[in-house]
Structure formats: C-alpha cells, structure tokens
Design a protein. Sequence first.
Length: 192
Amino acid sequence: MRQYDLPVSSDTWTVTIPGRGRTRLQNLWAVARGSSRQAIVVMAHRDDPGDGTGANDNATGTAALVELARGYALATTPGSRVRSGHTIVFLSTDAGSFGGLGALRFASHPPFPVVAAIDLDAIGGLGLPEIQIAGDAPRSPAAGLVRTASRRIEEQAGRPPVRTSVLAQLTDLGFPFTLYGQARSSHAASPR
C-alpha cells in the first residue's frame, strides 16, 4: 500500500486462543484520508479456520480488500478529482476465524470515529450472493444504500442478492446483533 501513498499502520498484541495457547496477533490497516475524520472501515480477516476452506474464507475477502485499496488509491492520485467525504480505512484483521478477535480489538481501540464498517468475508463461495446490513441500534438502512448495493452485486455476480426475510428484518430491528465482524456485538460470536 505504501507504493500507492496509503500509509500503513499496525497493532500487535498477544491473546490466549483455546486450543492454540498464547498467540501473537496483528491487525494492519491502510488509510485514505477523506475530507472528514469520520471513517468507513472496509475490512477482511486474513486467517482461515484451518479446515481447508481458506481459499474462500478468507483469501477472497483479503484479495478484494487489497484490490479495493489499490483501486481507490489510483483513483485519488494527485490531479484526480475523487475524494471521499469520509476517511476510508482498509483493515486486515487477524483471528477472524477465532471469534473475530482482530475486529473486536480494532473496535475497542479505533484510531478514528467509525461511522460504518463493511466486512468482506467468504465472498467467493458457490452460494447465492448475499448482502447483510446490520448495526448496533434498531434502525433500517437507507433504501438508496440497499438499492445501490444490490445493483452492484447483481452487476458483478450476474444475479441479484438474496433478500433477508421479513421476519429476519423485524428481528434485526428489535434485537440489533450480528455474528459478523462489523458490529460491536461481534465479540459474542463463537469461533467458526
């Protein structure tokens, strides 16, 4: 990322992981400064569960993260008119396969005020494309955001994403919680 003028930062810590003992973990992130200090975090964990699914979970997310950062950096080179209203943080987390420990660590010590997180996890699977929008407060996402994201997924995947059922939507509004790394409640997730 340095070759694209995206400064890289890291956070290293040690934690005990059941079945693995004391383990040194490290998060890495590249920052594309926007006109606001508020950040949108695009993240992917770079470890795998060790059961042979690593190519999808999560080499696909990590590859997409690097490519998004590279593409964004090239679009914002000097002389370009592209500049985000928010700072964009491209975050590579550790221990995503062990309860999202890297995402939890980053959420516990964010270097920026975070307004949104996009988690790229197992995006190359054979299942139907899916988009999940969740948060830490009961509210519906903006309809325009859902339409735009759905159109882009359909353009890339050749088919529309699966829509969450009405019951699941009502449950999410009533009990805002996610097992994925983009929400504060992800620390409750059990290892995959």
